[in-house]
Write a protein that binds this ligand. Sequence first.
Ligand code: GLN
Length: 285
Amino acid sequence: MPKTESASIASALAEARRRLAAADIASAGLEARLLVGHLLGMDSAAMIAHGDRALAPGQIQAIRELVRERASGRPIAYLLGQREFWSLPLRVDEGCLIPRPETELLVERALQRLPHGAARVIDLGTGSGAIILALLAERPQLEAWGSDASADALAVAAGNAKRLGRSVHWFRGRWLEAVAPRPLLDVIVSNPPYIDPLDPHLEHGDLRFEPRAALVAGDGGLADLATIAEQSRARLYPQGWLLLEHGYDQAPAVRALLTRHGFLEVTSHRDPAGHERITEGRCPG
Ligand code: GLN
């Protein structure tokens, strides 16, 4: 039998911080507050104000379990079931990629390229729906489509759209395969899998816990980028834009792919870390 323990909110926070720091979690104090606050349904200010409040043994156990999961490497976004993207609180789970801050550059670029007024846009490999929901947050009048090969991911995306009060046409399938060839689209965006299956980064950090299918692609990571470039030409209006996220060293290869498929004004853009992360091109016409 575990001995009966008493702990206050303050002591639970201190213990969580110690255990996370011991597991080399960089922001141990912040993550301790997030995890304990998540279980207690309290924000940081409330936890400080009520620091000497006693916790029930069940609460102490639940906090320890969650902290143990985090210390073993499970991403905090999955443990909290939430990640903010473009200031939107998105639900996430193990069935979808955790949205990344650098993907906000893809949203910024797509907003530059979307015609004002009625426009039609699709997000291929939508995952949590992060990109299409960010675009809709800025342009509520968009006709928005999203596709994903994973039913689990589409369920997460559809739930996020519902909570945010947005309407998106969802398609299950690889890239544009399940999407009717007409009507044509003004903009196609995608943050597809682009990691080489042999990349050692896959064995580190959050990547270990994310769906492999959302991360890796054949041909050194370029296979899905190539398929999307190939499928997109015939689906865009003349003057429509394709915008792709890719790996930090893939920009020259992606520019070559877009050029090979006849795209014009092919340009790459740097993320805040200085890596060429987004490549876009315009359909002729
Ligand atoms: N579009 C989603 C995102 O950017 C998912 C991307 C993916 O699963 N590769 O977060």
